[in-house]
Ligand binder design. Sequence first.
Ligand code: SER
Length: 887
Amino acid sequence: MRAGELRDAFSSFWAERGHEVRASASLIPHESSLLFTVAGMVPFMPYFLGSEVPPTRRMVTIQKCVRAGGKHNDLDDIGRTNRHFTFFEMMGNFSFGDYFKAEAIPWAWEFVTDVLGLERDKLWVTVHVSDDEAAEIWQTKVGVPAERIQRLDKDNWWAAGDVGPCGPCSEIFYDIGPDHGPDGGPAHGGEDRFVEIWNLVFMQFAADGTGEMTPLDAPGIDTGAGLERILAVLQGVPAAWDIDLFAPLLAEAERICSKTYGTDPETDVSMRIFADHARTTAMLISDGVFPSNEDRGYVLRRIIRRAVRHAWVLGVDEVVMPRLVDIVVDVMGDHYTDLIANRQFIADVVAREEERFRTTLATGQKILDEATAGLEGADAANPESASPESANTEAADTVLDGEVAFLLHDTHGFPVEVTEEILTERGLSLDRDGFEAAMERQRERARAGRSGGPTFADERYREILAQFGPTQFVRDTPAVSPARVLAVFEIAQDDEHDGDDDLVEVFLDRTPFYAESGGQIGDVGTISGTDGSIEVLDCTYALADLHRHIGRVHGEGIEAGSLVSAEIDDGRRAAIRRNHTGTHILHWALREVLGDHVKQAGSLVAPDRLRFDFSHYEGVDRAQLREIERVANAEIITNGRCRHYETSMNHAQAIGAIAFFGDKYGDVVRVLEAGEHSTELCGGTHVAALGDIGHLRIVSESSIGSNMRRIEAVTGLATVERLADAEDTLDSLAEMLNAQPDEIASAVQRRLDETKELRRQVRDLQRTMASSRAAELAATAEDGVVVADLGDLERDALRDLAASVRDHGGIRAVVLASAPAAGGVALVAAVDPAGDLSAGDLLRDAARTVGGGFGAKGDPPLVVAGGRNPDGIGDALAQARVAALGA
Ligand code: SER
């Protein structure tokens, strides 16, 4: 039976017994207490614990599992045992509070004996020391002889981690024969002889991490049957490395090592490591784990490096991992089809990682060679050759300084295990304490310097860049592009986006989103995955060449590793394009009209407008602005072609390209030739031909500092809208003036002349009226004092009136008040300069009463005061009267 047939047989057997067939879950578990999916039950932990209700109570899966790092760590055993793998497939049938031991045990037996056809008398079982019930079922219900049922303690207890569901288990073993180890059953016999092929966990408890266990409400069944181990038994090979799944990988490993598998035990280990690590690497990358310096990414990095180190030690110079992962895709792709879709990507990721690590190894080796040149190594092949005395007295000469190993590790990324390995080969050793001490000092420095040093985020960005290279900007193709998610980070609350807890930053391998630079703002749009999406609100550079999409999560969001569709708001981008090329044309036109001293000092290119700051020594007057506009638009309507291309800096300079403010340029630059005349360096996005810009319209010109001007302008539809608005205003003005739009100016002039004439007439009339009024008021004098409220007479007229009343014979004082239509209160006091009254005294209280005052210097005969409160006029005048006449 081959792998594919076994998978099918297992799924069908349980489907016939009412189990829903589920595809494997990701190797990245939802359960955050675990590094990887280490067993078939991991995706179902909440169902066992009762924290989630399962959609159905019986399921069957063939689950991808990785055990490397963390509690379930098989990494160090790989290659040296017959059946430990970092990646393996675990077949499992599950009952969530449904059937239990009485069904699970006989069914397991039925599958193993009837479907797989394994001989009954070669099968052994183990049960937990406490589990009489299971032992009883095996013996009486299934018929396994008592002497082939053994009881174990810890080995028959299973838990995914310190926290989570756990319980006693019962395992089935296959005896592959006396050639492979001593007798005595799984409890006492040889490990290689009694092969565990089936583990039935009776999930009964929930562990809380402190050693406390609570019984589960609904105990269930979790079966783990290792696909590779069963295949080894079925295919009659003592080591699981010899099954069909590994054959093509080991064949490639033979080509890599130029050796035949099975001829040299040490090379065999390396070959197995190639095969195993390539599988794990391909499966992890396909599920979205990438080599990095943090948790699961770090485990993956170690796995890749371990394989590369073996190749390197074997003297293999060419890059091996891409070759190996390619074969993993061939072998596993028919069942795990996402591998096929990810083939190239997986190869790219491992190639980059391997190349980087090989550079590290080469540099480290050189430094190590120099550092060990002075040391007297013992003969590695013959350690006894060093005399006992020299071992004691000259020990220092065979020990490498820990600081050197630290430098190798810290500055060159050269793993300390590799240093040790090389030293051992040369009969030397490492001052491990010195190394650890240097590490500790480094940690302290890092702690002390944390506030000023590069932030965690910066490191993560650098890591992504190192890992995947620059974001590929999809510049010329449509607004939507398939992409792979490289990383998704939550944006911390205390960042600039305070209060918005659903914001994330997303990194893609390629993107149609322009990242804000060179004045052009970032694109907005959507990144859509299968179960959710990101509404992209902005796109900026996290680092040069690394696009960071900042957005809001919708639905389940998106996951690192997944394939998504990235789509920008194309209409908005089109408007940005018009404004960006428009900016170039405006720049050119400014230099045409104002002179070559005009230099760009900054710009903003947004969808609704463009802003251009430039050096110029004076304001640009209206006529110049119209000329600039005319020159720019005349250029636009030539509809000249825009050519945007990459070239060398030298060539760009040779053709006289103008460098845009604020951009950084390398040896390769991007040049925009916009029509016949404008040639600039620019990385932005641009129209194909000038006519696409539409009508460019300057909307403002202002000063932003000495010799620095700013112009704002619009293009395309924004101009159309602006002009339409202006025309609407003119139309409504014409209507108000009862004129044709083109007669507005003369109509307005006519009305202005008319107004002027009317004003003059009003003034004359007021004067005439005032003099007759003065006579009337003088006639009302009481003891030579006139006090009166003049309604809404304006201030100047009120003052004139007061003066002319006073000039009538026998008048000692005049106090007048009014509330002019323009607002407020006017008060005037005028006294006979020869008399004994003071104008200021007359108004002092009165002015306060109307909420005002006056500021007359000295004691003039006429004082004008103002106030805010017309309601106080009556009282104010009464106070003035008292001041003039006495109470
Ligand atoms: N969880 C158990 C194991 O991994 C059975 O699936 O062995």
